[in-house]
Design a protein around this ligand. Structure first.
Ligand code: FSX
Length: 358
């Protein structure tokens, strides 16, 4: 049997080859539309568009990172249709995954850009070093910065995958010896979507891709370039321990009776109140759990100031949450204020002696 031509085969035909018919695609579209916070009537339109869509060329460059982003995306265990979608995108260049190396890899990149000029998605993971002409990360004699600026100019959109690519992340941590920055600091004129998280939630990338393949554009973004559907609320807004927060029940150590009872981890330094991400709703490992559900407070890994602003085990309402943006702290204090009545017996003072809500 002649293998299908990947440049002309539609997604509907590709799915049919995998035994997924119209009804299966509609079910998938309904789940995706719900995840994207789109109204139900969008699902049939999305399914019809997906069925007609062709392969979406993606060029993926990895810069200063730990490879955790790619690793987590490869380990995504969500429905097989997701992986079929990942198969369906044409991943034309990805250094870590491709067999080619050296000049053959460089030729692959040149060919992929030439064949898809103006029509590919550029996926970036890792931050970009800018100090000393960008010499701290080079590929084939070109700095990562030069590669990004050249390839972004010919892309339909840039996906900044992970906190490093979005905001600089761990490589940007003090003293930031390489002058690391995020994609948004260097790219203008091409739309950029930030998918932060260290690593990011894999299903968010699937959702962004599905939206782009279905409608030819990115989903709605917030003022930090993040998809609103998943970053429009905080971890705290969706946290299953929220009821304990509202009742003023806080674990005081990771092994006390409160921790055993699943009480709120706010006083142990959880950054859920100022962290925007989908961990509490989509969860990890196929929806099994997320850090707070596993007994550890949120580290705020998807926020722009991660890592330096960590102060991981210092409560937002006590000690010195140095580095977190004032706006974030104000938000946390505001949230804490909402629970003030329940917590009035436990009010405390900050270092200036001023009374603070817990
Ligand atoms: Fe950064 Fe990603 Fe954290 Fe690691 O590519 S967002 S260090 S999980 O690998 O860039």
């Amino acid at each position: 049997m002649t293998p299908p031509d990947p440049t002309t085969e539609t997604l509907g035909a590709a799915l049919a080859r995998h035994g997924i018919g119209r009804r299966g695609l509609l079910r998938f579209a309904m789940a995706m539309a719900a995840s994207l916070a789109l109204p139900p009537w969008v699902a049939p339109v999305m399914a019809a568009n997906l069925a007609k869509a062709k392969r979406c060329p993606v060029i993926w460059l990895s810069f200063q990172n730990c490879t955790g982003c790619l690793e987590t995306l490869l380990q995504s265990s969500r429905p097989t249709i997701d992986s079929i979608l990942f198969d369906f995108i044409s991943l034309d260049y990805q250094e870590t995954l491709m067999a080619a190396a050296g000049s053959a890899a460089e030729a692959t990149l040149r060919d992929a850009v030439a064949a898809n000029k103006g029509g590919y998605l550029l996926a970036i993971d890792g931050s970009i070093p800018t100090r000393d002409g960008g010499v701290y990360a080079m590929t084939g004699g070109r700095s990562n910065r030069s590669m990004l600026e050249t390839l972004a100019a010919d892309a339909k959109a840039v996906l900044a995958i992970g906190t490093c690519a979005a905001y600089g992340g761990i490589p940007k941590a003090y003293p930031n010896p390489t002058g690391a920055v995020g994609v948004e600091d260097l790219v203008s004129g091409t739309p950029v979507v930030n998918i932060p998280g260290c690593p990011p939630v894999p299903d968010v990338l699937s959702g962004v891709l599905v939206h782009f393949i279905s409608f030819g554009r990115l989903p709605a973004l917030d003022d930090r370039g993040r998809p609103l559907a998943w970053f429009g609320t905080t971890i705290h807004d969706r946290c299953y321990r929220r009821a304990f927060y509202d009742q003023g029940k806080f674990a005081q150590s990771f092994d006390d009776e409160g921790a055993r009872q699943g009480w709120c981890l706010f006083e142990l330094g959880c950054k859920g109140p100022i962290t925007h991400n989908a961990c509490a709703s989509l969860k990890w490992n196929g929806g099994t759990s997320f850090p707070i559900e596993s007994g550890h407070g949120c580290l705020g890994c998807s926020e722009p100031e991660f890592w330096d602003a960590g102060s991981f085990y210092t409560s937002l309402s006590g000690g010195s949450p140095t580095g977190w943006r004032n706006a974030g702290i104000a938000a946390a204090v505001g949230l804490a204020g909402g629970a003030a009545a329940a917590l009035s017996a436990r009010r405390r003072t900050d270092t200036d002696g001023e009374e603070m809500p817990p």
